[in-house]
Design a protein around this ligand. Structure first.
Ligand SMILES: [Fe+2]
Length: 455
């Protein structure tokens, strides 16, 4: 255990205030077609006094910027009011369902589905529903239709309108595939038996399959006894494997064994001639998630081509530069993509590195735009102090082509000591940002977000 906690310092340090600011100053010109809200979730602990604080366990705080008609109408940041967070604010908890006593201020992602804005988290707790202005409405079990906990990462198939998730929980002998209909009610669940209680942070979706990543980071009672706040450790005895769950419900899961590795995030996946293509960010060596500072670099962007008939997976390296938080244009989820966006976040790389074996360029801050058909990558660099977060794509119109639009991210502005919402034109990616919305406060490094256009 380090003498200080790197996840409470510098660009990770939590903010202490909830702010509401209107008519934000903008450098450049905000595209008038961007009408909606950019929301991002992340951990923001209420105090600095826990030396064992794990980055994944800080109370969720959602930061949002409202864009309309070429103006930045507001910025808000709000803690998600779990029971504990409400009590610490001296407020009445809104109340609602709780799964297995796991109430938690969901801190990992924020999405919109079935008319709800949901802050999500994995490993047991329910999502929290927020209002359009980020006030907590309460925990959400999809109107009583969700049997267990939910998941941080979801995939919306725009063809069917269904939102897919993989839920896991330490006390289960299975993980659970959940499909939520466009009406915001769980349409069906499928239990998939697994050994050892694996962490499944993300998964992939194609038209034919739900792609499961059963990797050797598993629940550990020893880690609980040792006081680890997030008791998921590297477990070399757990066979790494990839599973294909047919979406039509037929014939069980096709499992294919692989070499041990760790994956937090998939870029996207699709079917291709009887095979399944999955692009993902891969940790190529062991990674103990219970401590986090055990990663070996770089974290590469790789393509796995899964052949279910042959029971084989072939792997291609798409980009060997250290990167994380891969995203596509959400409209292409589960079908072939050409473009992807990912983030190089120097401070995160530094914080999770065990042996310092990442290359120097991993310590810069950049957003990458991959053209996977051309095999090219463009980097929009922000500079060493300008920590950038996940980049989210916003189309220029509902029916524009893939990659016709903008990517947006919170980027620290060292000159002001506060964050900017940076908006880049995808088709002029390395040029100056189209717009920088100057926010009134710093935003700690966090996790995932969404562009939620007005309906
Ligand atoms: Fe994630």
């Amino acid at each position: 255990m380090p003498a200080h906690n790197r996840f409470l310092e510098g660009p990770f340090a939590p903010v202490t205030e909830e702010i509401t600011a209107f008519d934000l100053p903008v450098t450049g010109r905000l595209p008038a077609e961007l009408n909606g809200r950019y929301l991002r979730n992340g951990p923001n602990p209420l105090g600095l006094d826990d030396p064992n604080y794990h980055w994944f366990l800080g109370a969720g705080m959602v930061h949002g910027v409202r864009l309309r008609d070429g103006r930045a109408e507001w910025y808000r940041n709000r803690w998600v009011r779990s029971k504990a967070v409400a009590a610490q604010h001296g407020e009445k908890w809104p109340g609602g369902p709780v799964h297995e006593n796991t109430d938690f201020a969901a801190n990992t992602h924020i999405i919109s589905h079935g008319g709800r804005t949901l802050a999500t988290v994995e490993a047991g707790p329910l999502p929290y529903e927020l209002s359009g202005e980020l006030d907590t409405i309460g925990p959400c079990d999809f109107g009583g239709t969700l049997p267990g906990g939910f998941a941080a990462h979801t995939k919306l198939d725009r063809r069917t309108g269904e939102l897919h998730a993989i839920a896991y929980f330490w006390a289960w002998d299975h993980v659970q595939h959940v499909a939520v209909g466009a009406d915001g009610k769980v349409a069906r669940t499928t239990d998939i038996p697994v050994a050892d209680g694996p962490m499944m942070h993300d998964f992939a979706l194609t038209h034919s399959y739900v792609v499961l990543l059963d990797l050797p980071v598993t629940f550990s009672l020893n880690a609980v006894t040792a006081g680890m706040e997030l008791p998921y450790v590297w477990n070399p005895a757990h066979q790494a494997r990839v599973g294909l769950l047919p979406r039509d419900g037929g014939s069980g899961v096709r499992w294919i064994e692989i070499e041990p590795c760790w994956v937090f995030h998939c870029l996207n996946a699709y079917d291709e001639g009887g095979k399944v293509v999955v692009d993902l960010c891969q940790y190529n060596q062991s990674f103990d998630v219970s401590t986090l500072w055990s990663a070996h670099g770089p974290v590469t962007l790789d393509r796995w081509i899964i052949d279910p008939a042959a029971g084989k997976i072939t792997q291609q390296r798409l980009d060997d530069r250290g990167q994380e938080f891969p995203r596509v244009d959400d409209r292409v989820i589960s079908r072939p993509h050409r473009y992807g966006y990912s983030a190089v976040i120097g401070e995160v790389t530094r914080a999770i590195t065990a042996a310092g074996d990442f290359g120097d360029d991993a310590f810069s801050n950049a957003i990458l735009r991959h053209d996977l058909a051309a095999g090219t990558v463009e980097a929009h660099e922000f500079g060493r102090e300008a920590t950038a977060g996940e980049a989210v794509f916003a189309p220029s119109s509902a029916d524009s082509a893939e990659d016709d639009g903008y990517v947006m991210a919170f980027v620290h502005n060292p000159d002001r000591g506060a964050a900017d919402l940076v908006i880049l034109a995808t088709q002029d990616f390395t040029a100056d940002p189209v717009a920088r919305v100057h926010l009134p406060a710093r935003i700690p490094l966090g996790f995932h977000g969404s562009w939620i256009p007005d309906q």
